[in-house]
Design a protein around this ligand. Structure first.
Ligand code: KIV
Ligand code: ZN
Length: 527
């Protein structure tokens, strides 16, 4: 009989910490619903104390997403834990996940203040006490409490045993061993899990979990090695997104166990046919592009290029394929819809792709669909995903593009005219610039009489569908009054996509202005 491995998805917490990722609350809810369809066991929805937006996201997910346990992160601080509980309390099932750094490097770096102790030994004792108090406090809200000794991969092993034993005695039901910096080697990490099992007296009162980062490209290998040694929960993210080089990728772990079920006596409850939709949705909403050769979900994962491979594949697909595209939900880009398609057909295809829409949103999507169908004869799943990733559809924006005209030529100075709708007026202006995009940005700033300091930091454009009517996506990073915004715009026209991305950043800034406050600040919230 195969033993179950619990899948703890942290796309919305650790994944969202990926440089360049930016998710709005509505996008997080959409992803959480898709994770529930994927049938993960736990969704770590965020770190509620860190900002109002994080709190709102966790609270809304707890409210509307059924199925998986919803978890929230908290430092070993009562206010963090109280906030996590408040945000989670409406969930069907919820978990508080608390953590503290336990490696000497973390202890001496993060707890350098003398109030934590004069030397390493005293500080270590203080951290055990903080961890035990935090777990006991969390237990006053729920039975389901997870504790992580952060940077366990580099923590003195005997101290690690002490911390784990103490928090289990205080009531922790899941002990997560994070390789926070992706430092360990697979055999070494597996051995650490073996030692934890052997040396921690009360370890059978908790589930062992692992949480591996990918700094050396070993996050999945380390997770599998830990499973072999007794871990029964793995923490991972869709597309492997996360801090720095990312976290262990959910799809790689799940498909390793699944494809090699002859080797591994373990199973997960993941509905693998939802993997492709989940990957696409996360990539679209975060703006994090999946590399073409990424295992399981990359564009080339099922492509056969060389003649010999194609020939072999056509005779028998198993010659070069160890899993079928269908098993991960990839149905080779079918043409599905065109300008004569009705609302109902579109709505039901969107539901299959993981998007649930209110009637109001569906009206907007349908209008955009018809506009697109006028330009593009054939509408593919990817085109629909782009429509759904367009933040302008779902938001009450401060600024919307009403009109854009750009003049360029070999002997003319690029000139742009824009008309922008605000809540109570329409603003129009023209400007020149070094190129059409610069001219458009300048015209917008002028039309809206913006006094902000705006600095463009990075500008990327890529084609995201195929054919001559391909959609272009522009992702820009820009600082507005010293805060970094990552924004996106899509269109069949690159300049229009750039203008939409620019307006997306301005709209994010306007929304933030209304809600920007931290619920609690003791020290910088830095995980
Ligand atoms: O990488 C890490 O150590 C973490 C913890 C908070 C679990 O993300
Ligand atoms: Zn992490």
């Amino acid at each position: 009989m195969s033993e179950k491995i619990h899948i703890f998805d942290t796309t919305l917490r650790d994944g969202e910490q990926a440089p360049g990722s930016s998710l709005e609350v509505e996008e997080k809810i959409e992803i959480a619903k898709q994770l529930s369809k994927l049938n993960v066991d736990v969704i770590e929805a965020g770190f509620p104390v860190s900002s109002k937006a994080q709190y709102q996201a966790v609270e809304s997910i707890a409210d509307v997403v059924n199925g998986p346990t919803i978890a929230a992160l908290a430092r070993c601080i009562e206010n963090d834990i109280e906030n996590a509980y408040q945000a989670l309390k409406s969930a069907e099932k919820y978990r508080i996940h608390t953590f503290a750094g336990t490696s000497d490097i973390h202890i001496m770096g993060k707890f350098s203040d003398d109030k934590y102790g004069k030397d390493l030994n005293e500080k270590r004792n203080t951290i055990i006490k903080m961890a035990v108090d935090a777990v006991s406090f969390a237990k006053s809200f729920t039975d389901d409490v997870e504790f992580s000794p952060e940077d366990a991969g580099r923590t003195d092993i005997n101290y690690l045993f002490e911390v784990i034993e103490a928090v289990i005695s205080a009531g922790a039901t899941v002990i997560n061993i994070p390789d926070t910096t992706g430092y360990t080697m697979p055999e070494e990490f597996g051995e650490k899990i073996n030692l934890v099992k052997k040396k921690v007296k009360n370890i059978n009162n908790a589930i062992i979990s692992v949480h591996c980062h990918n700094d050396l490209g070993l996050a999945v290998a380390n997770s599998l090695s830990a499973i072999k040694s007794g871990a029964r929960q793995v923490e991972c993210t869709i597309n492997g997104i996360g801090e720095r080089a990312g976290n262990a990728s959910l799809e790689e772990i799940v498909m390793s166990l699944n494809v090699r079920s002859d080797y591994w006596p373990y199973k997960t409850d993941i509905k693998t046919k939802e993997i492709h939709n989940s990957s696409k949705m996360v990539s679209k909403h975060t703006g994090m592009i999946v590399q073409a050769n990424k295992a399981v979900v990359g564009d080339n994962a099922f492509a056969h290029e060389s003649g010999i491979h194609q020939d072999g594949f056509l005779k028998n697909r198993e010659t070069y394929e160890i899993m079928t595209p269908e098993s991960v939900g990839l149905n080779k880009s079918k043409i599905i819809l065109g300008r004569h398609s009705g609302r109902h057909g579109i709505q039901s295809r969107l539901a299959e792709l993981g998007y649930e829409l209110s009637n109001r949103d569906m009206n907007k999507v349908y209008k955009r669909f018809l506009e697109l169908a006028d330009k593009k004869k054939e509408i593919f799943d990817d085109d629909l995903r782009i429509l759904m990733g367009d933040r302008n559809i779902k938001k009450n924006n401060a600024f919307d593009l009403d009109y854009l005209h750009v003049a360029i030529g070999t002997n003319t100075i690029p000139t742009a005219t824009v008309r922008i709708k605000t809540s109570d007026s329409i603003a129009e202006e023209s400007a020149t610039g070094d190129g059409p995009v610069a001219a458009s940005f300048k015209a917008i700033k002028r039309a809206l009489k913006l006094e902000y300091d705006i600095k463009l930091h990075d500008y990327k454009v890529r084609s995201i569908t195929s054919g001559k009517d391909a959609f272009g996506e522009v992702i820009i990073r820009l600082f507005i009054n010293d805060t970094l915004y990552v924004s996106k715009g899509t269109s069949t026209d690159t300049i229009k996509a750039s203008v939409k991305a620019y307006l997306d950043a301005l709209n994010q800034y306007e929304r933030d202005k209304k809600s920007r406050y931290l619920l609690y600040i003791e020290e910088p919230v830095n995980v």
